[in-house]
Design a protein around this ligand. Structure first.
Ligand SMILES: Cc1cc2nc3c(=O)[nH]c(=O)nc-3n(C[C@H](O)[C@H](O)[C@H](O)COP(=O)(O)OP(=O)(O)OC[C@H]3O[C@@H](n4cnc5c(N)ncnc54)[C@H](O)[C@@H]3O)c2cc1C
Length: 396
């Protein structure tokens, strides 16, 4: 059967799937309760112990094929791992990139690059979790990015700046998108960008400078400066000039994966709101008896259920090898909005106590908000749907 045939039957699980994986993730998360994440949040520290536990359990190598030492699991299994971390009150931001950034190397790297990097990434001895695309002056307009990589003999010389490069201080390698052919010299603006796998252990202090950004959430995010950084020519992944396509190739998987973090957040907010609404008594009755409290939670539950169906559909389409750009984008949009609605309902249900850090509600609310902006903002998804799905005029 042709996997790209639109008549190919696709099935998706309707019940709780990957139960063993879910239970195992929940067991690990039980050792890292709200107090652990609150403490990190206050210190803006990296969850080293949690990342170690997830690595040792083999969860971060879920998507790396067995021949390179990974678990070789389907996308859906990795989705479930991320969902559960968030549904338990934790945050997968420190771990998710180690799961999927390697996809570009896996799909487009040379056999030599795959052998050199993937087994070590699978073992967790090499961290590939820095992804340098966004730049301060060009933002969402990726094809205009200004970081240049110029070939000089057996090296490239890199100059420019990235912003919001998360986990750069906790990564050994960075996947870097830079322009190798000036914009004025390409026929299509999507051409002339190249992807490099930069060994940051060699680069820091020799042309690469990393500065942490103080942010609203504990995301270990940074700005990275390149000042005549020399990287070996064999850092190039695939063909020169085709880098944007390679990055875009991984977008559907990444969108489906991170949507599950929002799904987990939404479930955490709803469970937390329901518990509090049942327990908290004001005016001699549980606050949850008031429909002003009950309805927003019920509405968020309905939105979350609908989003979950879309997420399952997107993962099933992806695994069947069917075009799933529309569904990956719908998943990202609907799950981020469901988490936001559920977060708002949870905040309102908790009254003043929502602001007390010990309840974790304000932390989760801050953390869940990011999915409306990164890795892609809601407007960019709506624009994709308008243009590519609905056939409306291109707006930019
Ligand atoms: C916590 C965090 C972590 C991040 N981690 C990474 C990372 O690891 N690596 C990385 O490369 N990037 C990362 N990012 C960057 C993130 O992907 C960008 O912030 C995001 O893509 C938006 O880009 P921008 O901030 O430059 O916004 P801008 O492009 O300046 O846009 C600002 C607003 O205007 C809207 N807008 C712009 N143009 C249009 C248009 N034509 N139509 C409609 N609306 C428009 C945008 O949607 C957005 O809402 C991270 C960001 C955050 C906040």
């Amino acid at each position: 059967m042709n996997p790209s045939d639109s008549t190919t039957p696709v099935s998706m699980p309707l019940q709780e799937d990957y139960t063993e994986i879910r239970e195992s993730v929940r067991r690990i998360c039980a050792d890292y309760p709200g107090s652990y994440w609150r403490d990190l949040d206050e210190r803006e520290a990296y969850p080293t112990e949690f990342v170690k536990a997830m690595t040792e359990a083999g969860f971060l190598s879920a998507l790396i094929p067995e021949e390179y030492g990974g678990a070789g699991l389907p996308l859906r299994a990795a989705c479930v791992i991320l969902e559960e971390i968030h549904a338990c009150g934790g945050n997968a931001a420190a771990t998710h990139a180690q799961m999927y950034t390697m996809g570009t190397v896996l799909r487009h790297g040379s056999p030599e690059q795959k052998q050199r990097y993937l087994p070590q990434i699978a073992a967790g001895s090499l961290r590939l979790q820095a992804f340098g695309v966004t730049e301060p002056t060009t933002g969402s307009d990726t094809t205009k990015l200004k970081t240049r990589a110029v070939r000089e003999g057996d090296h490239y010389v890199v100059n420019g700046q990235k912003i919001w490069t998360s986990r750069a201080l906790h990564s050994d390698l960075m996947l870097l998108l830079a322009r190798t052919t000036p914009l004025e010299q390409v026929t299509k603006k999507t051409e002339g960008l190249s992807v490099f796998l930069v060994d940051m252990r060699e680069a820091v202090g020799k042309g690469m400078t990393i500065r942490p950004i103080k942010a609203m959430i504990n995301h270990n995010t940074t700005e990275v400066f390149f000042d005549n950084l020399r990287i070996p020519a064999d850092s190039l992944i695939g063909q020169e000039g085709k880098g944007l396509r390679y990055i875009m190739d991984g977008m559907n998987a990444e969108r489906i994966l991170v949507s599950h973090e929002s799904l987990g957040d939404a479930k955490w907010f709803i469970k937390t709101a329901v518990n509090y609404a049942n327990d908290r008594r004001v005016f001699d009755r549980p606050i949850g008896q008031n429909q002003g409290i009950q309805f927003p939670i019920a509405k968020a539950y309905a939105q979350t259920q609908a989003a979950e169906l879309m997420l399952r559909k997107a993962a099933a389409m992806f695994e069947a090898g069917l075009p799933c750009g529309e569904y990956a984008n719908l998943s990202k949009l609907l799950s981020a909005e469901a988490a936001w609605e559920a977060g708002e309902a949870c905040m309102q249900t908790h009254g003043g106590f929502a602001y007390a850090r010990e309840y974790d509600v304000e932390r989760k609310w801050r953390e869940a908000r990011v999915q409306r902006t990164a890795p892609i903002s809601t407007n960019m998804i709506l624009s994709y749907l308008g243009e590519h799905v609905l056939g409306l005029p291109r707006s930019y």
